[in-house]
Design a protein around this ligand. Structure first.
Ligand SMILES: [Zn+2]
Length: 261
């Protein structure tokens, strides 16, 4: 990573952010331990491509080449400055996210974080900290981990920055967004998220990179961004592994997007 690509912290809050992250939130040592564990495990049980079954890769180069990329940025909702994603929620990318969320394939987050970093780094966004979209505690217990947090940690390892894993909390156990209209999705997650009071001091005038696995209408990102901005954040950038195609007329099945570039 060259100097141009290192996220620039503003001097007004940089020292405070760095101190609080290093003393309370820094997950880097966990990432290093997990990486070492994965390496050892891979020697015994080599990964298998989630899309084609080729041995030795979580997502092989051939399947990576089949991803429909989304280059450039968009801003699906007002409270978000910009959004970048690896590609369209389809084919190998969808298979990788599915493996992470529903097959307990945590290694899928590593490749998603790497591919997502290739979208985020060129933007040179001046964010101070990375925060994942949280799961409600009930869903977290069911799944055993927050997939957005794993993607955020893998992404942050390439950005040479840190993740405030519990910066946001999901305080309402909302219904699934699948099958809902855009307005129903917004209503469903409205007020579902709150900022962890412990990080309030470092949010003041900070710029945040919010990370999630999939963006469909942007309703979840909007609810999270609203909570961060109300708590004092200056700007919210967002990065999701994929963007799902969606229309109000047939949510979940349509082929046209309401905001894809
Ligand atoms: Zn493959």
């Amino acid at each position: 990573m060259n100097d141009q690509n290192v996220p620039v912290s503003r001097t007004s809050s940089a020292s405070t952010v760095a101190r609080l992250i290093s003393t309370q939130f820094l997950p880097t040592w966990r990432y290093v331990v997990h990486t070492a564990y994965r390496t050892a495990k891979n020697l015994v049980y080599p990964p298998v491509c989630v899309n084609c079954g080729r041995v030795g890769f979580v997502l092989c180069q051939y399947c990576q080449a089949e991803i429909t990329p989304i280059k450039g940025t968009t801003a699906p909702v007002k409270s978000i400055k910009a959004l970048v994603s690896i590609g369209v929620h389809d084919g190998p990318l969808r298979a990788t996210i599915h493996a992470l969320k529903y097959e307990k394939n945590r290694q899928a987050a590593v490749i998603l974080g790497k591919l997502l970093s290739e979208r985020v780094i060129p933007q040179e966004w001046p964010f101070d900290i990375v925060i994942p979209v949280p799961l409600h505690v009930k869903r977290l217990k069911e799944r055993g981990y927050n997939q957005a947090k794993l993607i955020a940690e893998a992404l942050a390892s390439h950005l040479e920055t840190s993740v405030v894993a519990d910066g946001l909390q999901k305080i309402l156990a909302t219904e699934t967004q699948v099958g809902k209209s855009a307005q129903q999705r917004r209503t469903n997650v409205e007020s579902a998220f709150s900022v962890n009071p412990a990080i309030a001091p470092i949010l003041d005038q900070s710029s945040i990179l919010l990370v999630d696995d999939v963006c469909t209408t942007g309703a979840t990102l909007e609810a999270c961004a609203d909570a961060l901005l109300q708590a004092g954040a200056h700007t919210v950038y967002t990065a999701t592994a994929s963007q799902a195609q969606y229309t109000d007329s047939s949510p979940g099945t349509a082929t046209d997007s309401i905001f894809l570039p």
